[in-house]
Ligand binder design. Sequence first.
Ligand SMILES: NC(=O)c1ccc[n+]([C@@H]2O[C@H](COP(=O)([O-])OP(=O)(O)OC[C@H]3O[C@@H](n4cnc5c(N)ncnc54)[C@H](O)[C@@H]3O)[C@@H](O)[C@H]2O)c1
Length: 360
Amino acid sequence: MNFKRTVLVTGGSGFIGSHLVWSLVAGYPEWRIINLDILDYCCSPRSLDGLENRDNYIFIQGDVCNPQLVNHIFITENIDVIFHLAAKTHVESSFECPSVFQRVNVDGTRVLLDAAHRAPHRPQRFVYVSTDEVYGTSLDEAFDEGCPLRPTNPYAATKAAAEYLVRSYWDKYQFPIIITRSNNIYGPRQFTEKVIPRFLTLLQNNNKCVPHDARRLTRSSCCSTIQGTLAISRHFLFVSDAVQAFLLVLEKGTVGDVYNVGTSVEIPIVQLARELVRMVKNVTESEVNDWIEFVSSRPQVDLRYPIRSEKLQRLGWRAETSWAEGIRQTVKWYQDNPDFWLDVNEDQRIRKEPEKASNT
Ligand SMILES: NC(=O)c1ccc[n+]([C@@H]2O[C@H](COP(=O)([O-])OP(=O)(O)OC[C@H]3O[C@@H](n4cnc5c(N)ncnc54)[C@H](O)[C@@H]3O)[C@@H](O)[C@H]2O)c1
């Protein structure tokens, strides 16, 4: 079969990647979609169940940092479009194992860029999926795409470093890159280390809503916790709206540009926990706080990441999914699929990272 385009998605088995791959494979049967993913602890092959036998879908299990593999893909597959999502994404882990984050997020991006720009078949677009966290935190100013990058954790620092690499290929070679910086993305199938699935999973197992450090110390006691002394909030974007933004910048974005993908849905983490308690537990209003454990914050936690998205809106993008609808769908999915992440536990994350780091 002759396909009109070949699209490479890295990290396509992860949370956002799997939604993007589903949209591409199902929505564009005339395009061939290649998913390159190492299948790290945070993703499940079940996220893409049903796609294996589609004519326009190919899965390659492999490491984006492996130049032989990545070069081979670009030499043999005539890649037209790249969506680069493969990354280490968990902020707390990035403080424990920054070298692993540097390897995957920075070196992996360099390997991919280098192979893409040397490929005999020149790609039309290289979309790098970055994060609002590269701006650092802000109490008042909402960041636009021209604001300086001031990342405050190793995860965000490696995403910012990768952005500079991506940009340098535009500056030097006019290689057709586009960068997106999105708010916190949520929805079905997100691994349980991220805040919404973490709280949901804890509550479903009759434990209270605890920050990562505290939970690690009290793993056997199991409780959902809050870094409670500071007014931490996050802007939440439903995953299908993020996917629509990525597809829109592919078609209408200007090469060499950066696009914020933001939402006005800003929710304090304490309010988020209370909302999830109300949705998951059958309790009276006076009992809601009984399901939340307040602990002191780690000193470097970013309070909020407000961004402005007018540039993307001028291309025609709007977040279509309200918070009420997005969180309803998300809660329902975790209630309908309580075993989805059962065979993965976060010990794998802690055990795997030093092993990988020692190989570099
Ligand atoms: N989740 C969010 O809120 C959010 C917001 C903004 C930007 N992003 C960015 O979007 C991208 C995807 O995020 P996510 O939330 O889906 O993360 P995720 O952790 O669910 O998925 C990451 C994927 O990358 C894969 N991967 C990791 N190392 C790899 C390697 N060496 N080679 C190949 N594949 C590898 C993993 O197996 C996994 O499937 C990341 O680049 C992240 O920085 C995420």
